[in-house]
Design a protein around this ligand. Sequence first.
Ligand code: DGJ
Length: 768
Amino acid sequence: MTRTLSSIAASIFSKCAPAFRRGLPECAAALALLCCLSGARGAAAPSQSAQVAYDAAARVFRIDAAKTSYILGINEQGQVQTLYWGSRLPASDHFAAAKAMPGMASFDPPITTTPEEFVGWGGGLAVEPSLKITFPDSARDLTLKYVSYAIRGNQLSIQMKDIAREVYVTLAYEADGETGILRRSAEVENRTDAPFTIEQVSAATWNLPSGTDYRLRYLTGRWAGEWNVQEQPVNPGKTVLESRRGTTGAQNNPWFAIDHQEDGDPEHGGVWFGALAWSGSWQISIEQDMLRQVRVNGGPNSFDFAYRLQKGERFQTPYFYAGYSSEGIGGASRLLHRFEIDSLLPHAPKPKLRPVLYNSWEATEFRVDEAGQMELAEKAATIGAERFVMDDGWFGQRNNDHAGLGDWYVNPQKFPHGLKPLIDKVHALGMDFGLWVEPEMVNPDSDLYRKHPDWVLNFPGRPRTEGRNQLVLNLARADVRAYVSAFLDKLLSENDIAFLKWDYNRNWSEPGWPDVAAEDQKKVYVDFIRNYYAILADLRSMHPAVEIESCSGGGSRVDLGVMRLTDEVWPSDNTDAYDRLLIQNGFTYAYAPGVMMAWVTDSPTWVNQRTLSLEYRFLSAMQGSLGIGADLSKWTPEELARASKMIAQYKAVRETVQRGALYRIISPEYEREQSVTESVARDGHEAVVFAFLHSSRELYPFPRVHPRGLDAGSTYRIAALDGHLAADTPVEASGAYWMEHGADLELRGDFQAAAFILTRTAAEPARP
Ligand code: DGJ
């Protein structure tokens, strides 16, 4: 009987674990059953390499997953304190009981110096709090102490409570056995007899080992210039990464990585990294305190924020994921990529490979019509595109960006017979059909706005600031949510659409929600995003075959929250293949190449008026999920033939590129003249290397390329995918040879590119 129950539990878990990890309700009932089953035998073991244990004598919790250990304990004050976060330690190692830190004179009491897992603002806390609450009696003091715990398989929950009030906080931890990445969140529960207001709340506080030589990496950007990697020492004081824009934003992305400053090799050394799964205003603070301890806090942005929690209500924070790699920043990226592909994306652990798509935007902008799109579709099909996406311009009176947003009916002048003839044609050409939408926006010049001017975010009597001539619908409102859900459902029910490109082209202004009580208006920062997620989740369950791309005028809405509900993202409107090297380099610090859409567009590019060869443009885009965004009606037969060949080559290696392990062999950062990336297949059977040269100087050869991640003892055959290998390159050699000796490329000139592939021919150890 026991064996039967465990095997049922294991099978439920294997089906439901990916959805559960993404925090989706699909398998809730089955998982409830699993919990009962696991409860019956103590704790389930869903992941062989993730274990959670409690040492009752020392009051220490231990989370071991993949190559990471995370240890916390309850100290003599009843505070929950971080004890260790780093490389996995042997199970035989035991930790002494946690002990609160001594204070520093009268100025820094122990509450401020002790590295707590989650600390309320109270008792003289001077560092960033995890939670700050104002109570109806105007007290704002919260002192959380440990109450109880529960362990279920790879999950730990710890309940804490204020020393006097019925305010409960439950910390939730879940460890991923493949990557060691921990998912944390907190739930605040109001069991008092009156409402109170949350003014600041973190999903988690992460405490790093004490250290004075830390370096912080983070991502910054703007429209058409996203994904710049920044580096700075972690000095005493605080660095705040944030968005106050209502959405994720490009100015900072909710990701951080911290390593030791002396670690120059991207493949060596310890790295602590994390990413917040939240698509609204957010903040992550990195703080080095007066004892040189570093803590990282992250959650919804506290700026202009307040969330009134009624008696009996609970507030669930977003998830904050974090991990540790001992293999440098390269290893940290690979862990995140693997986690995203295997555990986070909608169809994890086997998200579909990205089809090669064609997108009409750069070719026709708003000038879409049936004949023009059909012509492009024919060309796209000829070169091997698998999906045809019609971008902006197909609906309402959308002839430019001044009108039409909100009116989601097919424009009868452009498509007199609806979308069906175009969709049928696209299908007949062997492609599936995708469509652009921007559901949360409205142009004042639209029927929707004329009918519902009260549906937008606004402060009554104040100006309504426009961005790209549009206003933001208040998705927190139930009627707006219902409208958006209904039009999307109708669109997908009435048309055979396989893919939506969901765009979002401005930030918030005047974030008022006049219809609710003054005390609840700032809930808009959270309720908007919850409804956004709910619409995506509903849509996915009603139309499970439909795929969705998250786009926000480029890469302004890319985070682990939206990634749980979308299949791919658009990193930047900047499609200049040279600029893209740096953009894609930054993007992949946090996010997988398998979700990173990259189009080949026309040359010279609209961005920089730079002329680049077709090969260069293809090879740049082939490092991610390939798309074509050019005006194919102007391409010569030779260009179309060349494109067909390169698309076929991409299809042959895309699994390796999209799901493999990425190595930055030469990063284009620091104004380097070269950029080289390598993707190694999951099963190690091949590696694909892309190399780019900005310009040759003083007869210097292109640096020798040293691939990584090969099996030293196996034999690999080398072949150029594009460009030329040095004439004396052996056809076959061991993995050790390629990694140690390297391969030379004949790259000379300006804006040159090449690619080669290493294919394993024999897995037996090469003879010395
Ligand atoms: C911004 C997107 O990033 C572009 O790709 C395109 O879809 C335009 N919006 C359409 O308005």
